[in-house]
Write a protein that binds this ligand. Structure first.
Ligand code: BG6
Length: 472
C-alpha cells in the first residue's frame, strides 16, 4: 500500500518565471518577456493591450526573474538534496530558435539545457520537459499572428524535432503545452494572441487552439518516431467545478463550465472533438478552419498520459454570486472553503475528487505537475522562514492524493510541487507571491542578493520524499 516505489516526487518551474537572462547567448524575445508588472499586466496577458517590445517606464519581471540562468547548478544541487526524483522544467523557445522561423537552431541555447539535463543526471533526477510553457517568439507573432496561423504547427514541430533528437539520451517524459486551456483565459500570455476592436475573439482563440491541438498530436507522433521510449503527456489547468447548490440549474451550469475546461484534454486524450464542443462552437458561431487530415492526426496520436495543475476547485451557479480568484479563472465563491493570501480557494479534498474524475474520464496514467501555495514569506530575525502554512497546504493535498491512489485506485505517476524555489508569479508578475521550499532573496522592487536559502518546508518535503509519502 502507499505510493508506488517508483513514484516521481519533485518540483516544477517554467523558463520565463525563473531563468532571466532574457537576451543572453542569442536568445530572442517572446510574449512571456513582455508581460509587465503592475496594473497593465492584466490587459496584456488577456490580449487587450498590445505589448510586442519592451517600453520605457515598465518593469518586465521575467527579464531577470530569479536568474536561474546563472544559478541552475546551485538550484539543482538543492533539489538533489531534497531527494527529487523528477524536475519539471520548460524550454524557452527563443533560446533554441530566437525568431522561430530560422532553419538552424541556436547552439548556445541547446547547450544551456544540455547542461541542466547533465546536472539533473548527477543527482539521479529525471527531467520532465514542457516544450512550451506559454512561450511564443515575438517574431512569429508579428510576422504570422502567432497561433492563429497554421504555419505555427511547422515552427513548433521544428522545435520538437530538435529537442527530441538532441536530448534523446536524457529525456523520456515530455509535455506538449502547459495549461493548454489557458488560451481561453490569457490568450496573449498563453499563445501570443492579441485582439483589435471588433475582432471575433472566440473565433481567433478556438482557431489557435485547434492549431495547438494538431501540433500537440503531431508532436506525440514525432516523439514516438524519434524514440519509442518517449512518453508524451497533455497538460491542462484542472480543478473540479462544483454546483453552488443542488438546484438542477446550478448542476447544469457546473457541467457546462467543466466541459469548457475538459475540451482540450478530451481532444488530446480521446482523439476527437467531443460532440458537446462541436455544438457549443456552432452555437457561438465559431468555425475553426480544419484541414482534411486533421481528424486522422488527432485520432491516431493521443497522449500517453494526462497531466494537470491543481490549485483549487471551482464553483458554478446559474445565478449571479460573489466571485473568488484562482489561477486566472474567476469562479463563484465557495462558502465552505478557506482562502489563500491571494484569495484562491484551498480545497485538498477537491484534489482527490479531481483525480477521480480525470482518471475515470481518460483511464490513462495521471501526473500532477503543479500544486502549491503562493504566500507571503517573512524571514525571521535570523533569516529563517517558518512556512508552516505552506507545509499544511501541501500535507493536506498530498494526503488527498494518497487517498486517491490507495483507496480509489487512481493510477498516478508522480507529483511535482509548484514551485520548489521562489519565482515570478505568472498571473500577477509579483515576486512576493512565493511558492518555494527555497527562498530567493529578491524583493518586489527588484533589490536583493539573489541568494538562496532553505525554508522549513524544504526539510519537511525532503522527509516526505525519503519516506515515499509515509511521513507527512
Ligand atoms: C499555472 C501556471 O497557471 O499556475 C504557472 O502553469 C503559474 O506558470 C501557476 O505560475 C501559479 O500561478 P501564479 O499566478 O500564482 O504564478
Amino acid at each position: 500500500m502507499g505510493f508506488p516505489k517508483d513514484f516521481l516526487w519533485g518540483g516544477a518551474v517554467a523558463a520565463n518565471q525563473c531563468e532571466g537572462g532574457y537576451c543572453e547567448d542569442g536568445r530572442g524575445l517572446a510574449n512571456v518577456d513582455l508581460c509587465p508588472s503592475g496594473k497593465e499586466r492584466h490587459d496584456v496577458i488577456r490580449g487587450h493591450g498590445k505589448s510586442l517590445r519592451m517600453e520605457e517606464g515598465y518593469v518586465y519581471p521575467s527579464a531577470e526573474a530569479i536568474d536561474f540562468y546563472h544559478h541552475f547548478r546551485e538550484d539543482i544541487r538543492l533539489f538533489g538534496e531534497m531527494g527529487f526524483r523528477v524536475f519539471r522544467l520548460s524550454i524557452a523557445w527563443t533560446r533554441i530558435f530566437p525568431k522561430g522561423d530560422e532553419q538552424e537552431p541556436n547552439e548556445a541555447g541547446l547547450a544551456f539545457y544540455e547542461e541542466i539535463l547533465k546536472e539533473c543526471r548527477k543527482y539521479q533526477i529525471q527531467p520532465l520537459v514542457t516544450i512550451s510553457h506559454f512561450d511564443c517568439p515575438v517574431h512569429l507573432i508579428e510576422k504570422y499572428g502567432g497561433w492563429k496561423n497554421r504555419n505555427m504547427i511547422d515552427f513548433y514541430l521544428k522545435l520538437c524535432r530538435v529537442l527530441f533528437t538532441r536530448y534523446r539520451d536524457y529525456v523520456v517524459h515530455w509535455l506538449t503545452f502547459n495549461e493548454i486551456n489557458m488560451i481561453l483565459h490569457a490568450p496573449f500570455m498563453g499563445a501570443g494572441l492579441y485582439f483589435s476592436d471588433g475582432e471575433n475573439e472566440e473565433q481567433i482563440k478556438y482557431q489557435a487552439a485547434h492549431h495547438e491541438l494538431v501540433a500537440s498530436a503531431l508532436a506525440v507522433r514525432l516523439a514516438h518516431e524519434i524514440n519509442p521510449s518517449n512518453k508524451v503527456g497533455c497538460m491542462f489547468a484542472a480543478g473540479s467545478v462544483y454546483p453552488y447548490s443542488c438546484r438542477p440549474e446550478d448542476v447544469m451550469e457546473a457541467l457546462l463550465v467543466e466541459q469548457e475546461n475538459y475540451f482540450f484534454a478530451d481532444v488530446q486524450s480521446r482523439g476527437y472533438y467531443p460532440s458537446y464542443a462541436r455544438k457549443r462552437l456552432e452555437k457561438m458561431g465559431v468555425y475553426p478552419r480544419m484541414e482534411r487530415e486533421d481528424k486522422e492526426i488527432l485520432r491516431e496520436n493521443t497522449v500517453d498520459f494526462v497531466s494537470f495543475s491543481y490549485y483549487n476547485s471551482r464553483c458554478a451557479s446559474a445565478a449571479t454570486q460573489d466571485t473568488a480568484e484562482g489561477n486566472l479563472f474567476r469562479s463563484v465563491k465557495n462558502p465552505y472553503l478557506q482562502y489563500s493570501d491571494w484569495g484562491w480557494p484551498i480545497d485538498p479534498l477537491g484534489l482527490r475528487i479531481t483525480l477521480n474524475q480525470i482518471y475515470d474520464r481518460y483511464q490513462k496514467p495521471l501526473f500532477i505537475v503543479e500544486n502549491g501555495l503562493g504566500a507571503l514569506d517573512t524571514p525571521g530575525s535570523d533569516g529563517t522562514i517558518e512556512d508552516d502554512y505552506r507545509i499544511d497546504y501541501l500535507r493536506e493535498h498530498i494526503r488527498a492524493m494518497k487517498a486517491a491512489v490507495e483507496e480509489d485506485g487512481v493510477d498516478l505517476m508522480g507529483y511535482t510541487a509548484w514551485a520548489p524555489i521562489d519565482l515570478i508569479s505568472a498571473g500577477t508578475g509579483e515576486m512576493k507571491k512565493r511558492y518555494g521550499f527555497i527562498y530567493v532573496d529578491k524583493q518586489e522592487d527588484g533589490s536583493g542578493t539573489l541568494g538562496r536559502s532553505r525554508k522549513k518546508s524544504f526539510y519537511w518535503y525532503q522527509r516526505v520524499i525519503e519516506t515515499n509519502g509515509e511521513e507527512l
